[in-house]
Ligand binder design. Structure first.
Ligand SMILES: [Ca+2]
Length: 194
């Protein structure tokens, strides 16, 4: 077979030089390898770029809060789980060093089952900050950012896989309702001061 034609001169400079600044380490390098339909519903975040956790920590210091998780599948079924206590690192001087530890309890079933009490007491882990109890990186294995233990019964920051999926536990999973092979259409976590 004929050798491939030499590159057009314009293509020689297509790639940036080696000294070009690289993107900060995060989930983002994984995304180009995924087909479009597996793009996450929210871009996974890294701890330093997660103001939400610090905000939640400070907010839940101000009083007693409950958490309500509302879920919806692709048949428009809905289910919920409520937790009468919810806080992040309530006893920590520096919440980030404490890993925004999840304190959750007093589960009340709204049809979804309890997929969060397992995570009580766990630190929040991301792809580039493994704070789980598993020998491997749960955030990488599950394509999420969560209070992973070893690893999870819920993964609401997982990939938006659009319903049933063949891959294990890396979708928007709430195992006690739909198992580890069903990625939900919608999930919301709401807190309310008691
Ligand atoms: Ca680990």
């Amino acid at each position: 077979p004929a050798p491939p034609p030499p590159p057009h001169p314009a293509q020689l400079h297509h790639h940036p030089p080696q000294c070009a600044p690289t993107h900060p380490p995060s989930f983002f390098p994984l995304l180009p390898h995924l087909p479009p339909h597996t793009l996450p519903h929210t871009l996974p975040h890294t701890l330093p770029h997660t103001p939400g956790l610090q905000t939640l920590h400070l907010l839940t210091l101000q009083g007693r809060y409950e958490l309500r998780v509302e879920l919806e599948d692709f048949e428009n079924n809905t289910a919920a789980a409520t937790y009468g206590t919810f806080a992040l690192s309530p006893h920590a001087i520096r919440a980030e060093e404490d890993g925004y530890t999840l304190h959750v309890g007093d589960f009340v079933d709204g049809g979804a089952g309890d997929s969060l009490s397992y995570h009580n007491g766990q630190k929040f882990s991301t792809f580039d900050r493994d704070q789980d109890l598993y020998v491997q990186n749960c955030a990488a294995l599950s394509s999420g950012a969560w209070w992973f233990k070893s690893c999870h019964f819920s993964n609401l920051n997982g990939f938006y896989l659009g319903g049933a999926h063949l891959s294990y536990a890396n979708g928007i999973n709430w195992a006690q309702w739909k198992g580890f092979y069903y990625s939900l259409k919608k999930s919301e976590m709401k807190i309310r001061r008691l």
